[in-house]
Design a protein around this ligand. Sequence first.
Ligand code: SAH
Ligand code: F3S
Length: 482
Amino acid sequence: MDKVIDENVQGSALILDTSQENNRKLYIESYGCQMNFSDSEIVASILATEGFNTTDRLEEADLVLVNTCSIREKAETNVRKRLEKFNAVKKTKPHMKVGVLGCMAERLKSQLLEEEKIVDMVVGPDAYKDLPNLIREIDEGRNAVNVILSKEETYGDIAPVRLNSNGVSAFVSITRGCDNMCTFCVVPFTRGRERSRDPQSIIKEINELWQQGYREVTLLGQNVDSYLWYGGGLKKDYDKASEIQKATAVDFAGLLSLAARSQPKMRIRFSTSNPQDMTLEVVKTMAKYQNICNYIHLPVQSGSDRILKAMNRLHTRKEYMTLIDDIRTIIPECGISQDIIAGFPSETEEDHRDTLSLMDHVKYDFGFMFAYSERPGTMAARKLADDVPDEVKKRRLTEIIDLQRKHSLYRTKKYLGKTEEVLIEGSSKKSDAHWMGRTSANTVVVFPKEDYKVGDFVDVTISDCTSATLLGNAVGLSENNG
Ligand code: SAH
Ligand code: F3S
């Protein structure tokens, strides 16, 4: 990159932009949760105003950013492997700069600069607005680090640049951080305290997405049910808010209603819900608005009360099952998915069987299942021995995954012969002659393309299924189009 340096202004070096600077190429790769993918779109937007255009070709990048995940050890190992690959590319392109964003940046801070020589810049999840300054630093040959967590930042004022978008569904982030402190989880340390985004800016973004042709949004937060807007500030400081602020506060059920009403044909999804924070008001709001999808991702982690307590999940097995039963009473066709951890410290065979029996009760549509991975700095790492042997963790995980597959098939079979509204997202990965879309309950449907197009709402009659996919034929456009 060319720079003109004028040494005569007030004795300090002034860097003037040249036209070349408006042509730099940004390559950005994201790992981990949906929030990271959404954050990368915010980063791309911030850097677009600095003259960076995104590229999907690593070889032509001037700046390589990797938005990282720390949730399990393996997630971090994968990122370090990618850094090795970047290193190989940098050998042929010495001017290429590399930055690490996200949770690994926040967890490891400047230690990353020492451990991974290729890294020039380390930026935590609340510091992306500082990227223009940090890039100036690295352009001048210095390493740059900003890992300050914020009480206010929600990026509500940034219009994300949609990356790798299908043009149909988009993420809209509504809260940042998490105050729950589950003992196994690194997120409260890497993403800081919980704060909510101004509902006006959320609705504005949803309206703009509709105008751009998007037909589905997923409202994102580590704990969406905890959403609470009272004029800004941390969730934990709500008690100190004024009476007026409290009277006009918007909670998650309120936000869902606002979103559903402002775009009555836009499909609205949300993730992730937390059992202890999800109110029946939210479920009733889902039932009230046809465009809020009938799907809840409701991680349980374990079916054992003793383990739930050790995890600081703040609800019992019974309370979780009651919530599931209430959801099914209010929305009988609601899709429900889980996260489960196998082999949390001290987990016995009996605890594990409690998890399997809870799964039998719920019969989830699908799930995300993991072996426990100790994360440095968490309460579990500090207080509890990681004492379930690896082979036991693996065997329990396999049993959980096998049972889930059985339940998924039980759920998909229930669709046979039914007609479901599907929003077309793109071509099926396996066949270019077929579309892929989802039902309201988030189950994937594949069917012959005919004359339908991406973004259409189509009624599809289901004739066959696997445990993960429904197969069928379109019977016509659904009423929701237009
Ligand atoms: N509330 C967040 C949770 C993020 S972590 C959300 O938005 O989804 C996603 C899942 O990873 C958790 O629900 C949990 O099942 C799993 N997980 C978190 N920490 C873990 C650990 N230390 N070991 C194994 N799995 C973990
Ligand atoms: Fe992690 Fe528990 Fe929050 S899983 S993100 S601390 S709700």
